[in-house]
Ligand binder design. Structure first.
Ligand code: GLY
Ligand code: MN
Ligand code: MN
Length: 468
């Protein structure tokens, strides 16, 4: 945990500055999530907003903040003797609460009474969007709101307040993210060193899993480790690496306090890019470099996304995959055949930070409307940047057979896309380069230790541990 004053001051800021509303804020901690029966659960992960304000990392807790009285209360139960026997002795809830600066602790039955009174007094009840079924059921019973009405009843002022607070990272949070990114770099170094022809994808994943476990860390999301890098969230690992493949690894580790890292690298299996692979790799690298260079406070991330798209398009024109004016091609959305996702997202306690609160609240300013254009529609972060934001910068270029087939049949953007040339690149897979950046007062800083990225560096690193 951070020290008690951190959590106290986060709650104080919420009460005094960020959520100047009346009523009570109810934050739900997570329960254990059973895999197949209650005693056999997935590793516990606390709700991130609960963790942010209340700091306690154990299941079955509720936090209540009274915005009028200015008080915070933690609701939960002490572990039973049975719990001590099966799971080991736990500190008392009161001691844990004190470590998070919470003086008031009560059993859950009292929460039910307090909420019943608040409802009969017609006080405003502020809660966030539930993303787990258990939370929906709990909110229904605690607040008397039917589950189908819950989404319409979430508190927009609370969402906006939480987003404002969690978006700007403090020094202590940045330290945590640096640790997460450093651990993430170690995963990628492993993958780069051990990616050799004949190695199963699963073996690379297994090595990264060992590093995560040995560091008492966790993956911040399900990793992609695949020679089929054109499948954007590829979570299967059935292939064996062959000379000439491109292995795309998108993986991240967490810090001790659960902050995330999220990096993507691509490795030429066998140690040498083909001419086509190198051209595509350099196009993505140029797009990422231009984007990182342009990051600064006040600049809308949407502009950075479009800059990356234009830079990529210029290179794709040189390669012969596209043609015409790059700016016009990007305006039309033609580049999205190759780059169908957004340039990046906020990162913090969640790898896609605060996504459960609503992507547009997190990533878009009030005067920005999310585009419906294919590709741009998945841009999660568009708003002007501020010092203290942490985000990813992750352009990519993919050759996705069903997408190419569909667009080619429709002759979509045929004036900008050279479909005959695209056919030659099918089978190349995908290239994405992703790093994590902190927006500073006058620019941006890439977080974590350096990780090979230039074509020469990744060629030199590819498979270097084997036979060395
Ligand atoms: N790792 C998922 C992403 O890059 O957003
Ligand atoms: Mn990623
Ligand atoms: Mn990412």
């Amino acid at each position: 945990m951070f020290d008690a004053s951190t959590y106290r001051s986060r709650r104080r800021t919420l009460i005094d500055q960020e959520c100047p509303q009346s009523g009570v804020v109810l934050l739900l901690g997570n329960q254990r999530s059973p895999r197949n029966y209650p005693d056999n659960s997935h590793p516990f992960r606390q709700d991130s907003t609960f963790l942010y304000y209340f700091g306690l990392d154990r299941p079955d807790l509720y936090g209540l903040i009274d915005l009028d009285a200015g008080t915070s209360t933690l609701y939960g139960e002490d572990g039973s003797l049975e719990d001590a026997i099966w799971s080991g002795e736990q500190p008392s809830l009161r001691d844990e609460a004190a470590a998070a600066g919470i003086e008031s602790v009560a059993p859950v039955s009292e929460l039910e009474e307090v909420l019943t009174t608040a409802r009969s007094d017609e006080r405003a009840l502020h809660f966030l969007s539930p993303y787990r079924a258990e939370h929906r059921l709990r909110l229904e019973s605690l607040l008397g709101i039917r589950t189908e009405q819950l989404d319409a009843s979430v508190s927009e002022p609370l969402i906006r307040a939480v987003v404002r607070q969690r978006s700007v990272k403090t020094e202590a949070e940045i330290d945590q993210i640096e640790t997460a990114v450093e651990r993430t770099v170690r995963l990628h170094e492993y993958a780069q060193r051990y990616a050799t022809p004949g190695t199963p994808e699963r073996e690379i994943l297994a090595g990264m899993t060992r590093l995560v476990a040995a560091a008492e860390s966790a993956f911040s999301f399900t990793p992609t480790c695949s020679v089929r890098g054109e499948v954007l969230h590829n979570h299967s690992y059935p292939n064996t690496l062959a000379e000439g493949d491109l292995l795309l690894v998108d993986a991240g580790a967490t810090s001790p306090l659960h902050y995330a890292g999220d990096i993507t690298r691509v490795i030429p299996v066998g140690g040498a890019f083909s001419a086509r692979q190198r051209a595509v790799y350099e196009a993505v690298l140029a797009a990422q470099s231009a984007a990182i260079e342009a990051l600064a406070p006040g600049v809308p991330f949407k502009e950075i996304h479009l800059l990356a798209a234009r830079t990529l398009t210029e290179h794709l024109i040189e390669i012969g995959l596209m043609r015409g004016d790059p700016e016009a091609a990007v305006d039309a959305g033609a580049h999205a055949l190759f780059f169908p996702h957004g340039l990046g997202h906020m990162m913090g306690l969640d790898v896609h930070d605060m996504e459960s609160l609503g992507e547009n609240y997190v990533g878009y300013a009030d005067d920005q409307t999310r585009s419906e254009q294919f590709g741009l529609h998945t841009l999660r972060l568009a708003r002007p940047l501020q010092p203290g934001f942490v985000a990813t910068v992750e352009p990519g270029c993919y050759f996705i057979p069903p997408l190419v087939e569909r667009w080619r049949d429709e002759r979509r953007h045929a004036s900008f896309i050279n479909y005959d040339r695209v056919e030659d690149f099918l089978g190349l897979g995908g290239v994405r380069l992703e790093d994590d950046v902190l927006i500073t007062k006058d620019g941006a800083r890439v977080l974590g230790p350096a990780l090979p990225k230039s074509p020469a560096q990744v060629e030199a690193r590819a498979g270097s541990a084997v036979g060395a």
